[in-house]
Design a binder for this molecule. Sequence first.
Ligand code: AOF
Ligand code: ZN
Length: 349
Amino acid sequence: MNTGSKLAQGESDVQYMERCLALAKLGKLSVGTNPMVGAVIVKNETILGEGFHWTPGEAHAEVQAWIQAGKPESLKGCTVYVSLEPCAHQGRTPSCAVLLSRLKPERVVVSVSDPDSRVSGKGIALLENSGIRVELGLCKNDSMTLNRHFMVQRKFGRPFITLKWAQSMDGFLGFKEKSKGSMAISGPEAKQWVHRLRAQHNNIAIGARTALQDAPALSVRLGAGNSPNPIVFWNQVAPSMATFPFQKHPKAQSMEHWNFDKVSAPKLLKQLHLLDGNSLLVEGGARLHKQFIQSGLWDEMYVLQSLVVKGGDVKAPELPQDAVLVTKKMLGSTDLRLHYRKKDPAWFI
Ligand code: AOF
Ligand code: ZN
């Protein structure tokens, strides 16, 4: 297998893999806990078929590309480009590596290996053992970053953790005093973006105080996609369901309550290992964010910095030292979205 630096055999290989990544992204809101994958079948510089993984239980990207190519009995002389190692196992659908080993393309160009324990190198071995040339590593960083939720979950057994909060210009999240209610910080564009962020996560967590004071619905209403599973972190006494504003949340019945009182990082991590899904979005408040930050349990952070002074007395969390700013973008005219990642992201480890 070729895994060295001489991977790209000319511009076209990169372009076909970039096409795979663009196709993969079409599954963004529907793949659930599966990875986003795109595949392209090429012969003599002509694309014969392309496909992407749409949703669990439906055909994988390679199979979609093969169907679009007209299900040829052989792929002699073809190159198959795929953004994730072809699966070696029979899951909800048959193995892609087994299919490709029968179709015998000349070359299979794979962006990244699949960390799922049912695959993890076995797909590539299967292809190589049937005499197919495999090249691994093209556009690797982009592929890993695209599937960072999946990568972290399959590698470490815990969900990818995104922290998100909105703070006023003067650095506050809200008021301590419950009677003062919630502090409206973000404008409509920022709110809409938050719903898009929710749709990209399988779980969403807040503290009990945020639940009672801000009464967030935690669902995806301003845009497409599924609402994540709500989790409420409480301390001392578990609040009754009736007090929660999101009883009408589509997944309210499966809502989890976690006792966060005196929680330690190992305990929190243990609990996160039991969580279904690849990702967790933490939407506050300050105490919950601080716990995750202090435990080092975060992968990505979004701070919606309002350009309006609001007052308040609950201070925004301090950024950890290993937070690196990756993008900065204005949402509407009042909110600056600051996007941070860990200096050494877990999905590259
Ligand atoms: C591929 N191509 O397009 C995808 C792959 O049981 P399933 O069918 O839902 O399979 C899920 C697993 O298959 C998933 O955890 C990952 O390891 C792999 N996904 N593999 O060859 C694809 N989506
Ligand atoms: Zn597959």
